[in-house]
Write a protein that binds this ligand. Structure first.
Ligand code: FAD
Ligand code: DHB
Length: 390
């Protein structure tokens, strides 16, 4: 088989890229190692920046998001019992974010692919990107006991942090920057009314907590837990009790509790691979970088990579110019590092770091006091939270 672009991974990055390329008349095939149900079962991000919302619109997959998504104009920071609302709209000249789950974004993209008979090959095993350092790259994979090969012009590695694409790059060609945090987020999803109409990020002496949502009837909550925590060690009741403590007394009085329908722990990590292009292989999304989830940048950063990458490929085929391909890595990384900085800063502000001692606790308090008293500090937080321009 031959195509113009092979995309490895059918998460949000891979499916969004495929959709945008299809609309521009570029032929592509997506290879995914899991089945569609498994991909949809992963509960992950929930907050979309304006730039990502606009991209979903351009990709023709925004109808349901427009109907069911919840525009949010602000959120609350709660430090012990001090609360500060960040007025995103007022501080950014009218910008806001959209609460709409990654699962729903992926489902909408899957539906769009199905409707146009888009080429997504699920349950493809042993996917291998080959010969991308020359003009004739190819990708091999196994499906239903048979080996296949696709010849192509470009390979896009959209296969997440543990994917095969980054792992296929020769060691000397890649530099990796990493910071691992000594805790994770224990998340639960529950059919209860959200405690507030906006998100609450809390830093309490017991640790971080986040009150988020997927709809007006479906809540998503997180608490900081030490690395190595067994998810089964936390009963639903214990999580609700802890949320009531960490979110502050005002929220505790109002919180509605119920059984969890999903419960999992995500580790926190900052990671960047440089560069993001190796000949005719380009990395995008979690394949190239990870942010800790504080600030909700992971999925949004994947979308901005896909913005630069889709434009580069469309320019290559439409205008016979490799300029966009040549500048992809540099353009994407400039935005990635700023989102890394913001996610790291929010993580440092809002979590308990037992190893960092009392000086760090004072720094957090000073940061909060500065935020509470400075319009400029709030503008900086808000412009990063709604998303820096592409
Ligand atoms: P992925 O979503 O990881 O998709 C990659 C796809 O590639 C997967 O479908 C995978 O099965 C496939 N794949 C992997 N290896 C291969 C292979 N060898 N061959 C073929 N296919 C392969 N971000 C937030 O903003 N907020 C959050 O709350 C949040 N929570 C998260 C919780 C967890 C547990 C994780 C892992 C991430 C979370 N993120 C969160 C980050 C966000 O979900 C990611 O940034 C986003 O999923 C990136 O999309 P992606 O398409 O680049 O990668
Ligand atoms: C969610 C996750 C985040 O990391 C965040 O900052 C806000 C919301 C969520 O899953 O709803």
């Amino acid at each position: 088989m031959r195509t113009q672009v092979v995309i490895i991974g059918a998460g949000p990055s891979g499916l969004l890229l495929s959709q945008l390329l299809h609309l521009a008349g570029v032929d592509c095939v997506v290879l995914e190692r899991r089945d569609p149900e498994y991909v949809l079962s992963r509960i992950r991000a929930g907050v979309l920046e304006q730039g990502m919302v606009d991209m979903l619109e351009r990709a023709g997959v925004s109808d349901r998001m427009r109907k069911e998504g919840l525009p949010h104009d602000g959120f609350t920071l709660s430090v012990t019992d001090t609360r500060l609302r960040i007025d995103l709209k007022g501080l950014t000249g009218g910008k806001s974010v959209m609460v709409y789950g990654q699962t729903e974004v992926t489902r909408d993209l899957m539906d769009a692919h199905r409707a146009r008979d888009g080429k997504v090959i699920y349950e493809a095993s042993n996917v291998a990107p080959l010969d991308f350092d020359g003009p004739n790259p190819r990708v091999t994979y196994d499906k239903d006991g048979t080996s296949h090969e696709i010849a192509c012009d470009f390979i896009c590695g959209c296969d997440g942090f543990h994917g095969v694409s980054r792992a296929s790059v020769p060691d000397g060609a890649i530099t990796e920057y990493e910071k691992v945090y000594p805790f994770g987020w224990l998340g639960i999803l529950s059919y209860v009314k959200p405690v507030d109409h906006e998100l609450i990020y809390a830093n309490h002496p017991n640790g971080f907590a986040l009150a988020s949502m997927r709809s007006k009837k479906l809540s998503r909550y997180y608490i900081q837990v030490p690395t190595g925590t067994d998810v089964n060690a936390w009963s639903d009741d214990a999580i609700w009790d802890e949320l009531k403590i960490r979110l502050g007394s005002e929220a505790a009085d109002r919180i509605e509790t119920g059984p969890s329908i999903e419960k999992s722990i995500a580790p926190l990590r900052s990671f960047v691979a440089e560069p993001l292009r190796f000949g005719r292989l380009m990395l995008a999304g979690d394949a190239g970088h990870i942010v800790p989830p504080t600030g909700a940048k992971g999925l949004n950063l994947a979308a901005s990579d896909i913005h630069y990458l889709s434009e580069a490929l469309i320019e290559f085929y439409g205008e016979n110019s490799a300029a966009g391909i040549d500048s992809y890595s540099q353009k994407a990384l400039a935005r990635i590092w700023k989102a890394e900085r913001f996610s790291w800063w929010m993580t440092m502000l809002l979590h308990q770091f037992p190893d960092l001692g009392p000086f760090n606790a004072r720094m957090q308090q000073a940061d909060m006091d500065y935020l509470a008293s400075s319009h400029a500090a709030q503008v900086s937080l808000a412009e990063n939270y709604v998303g820096l321009p592409y």
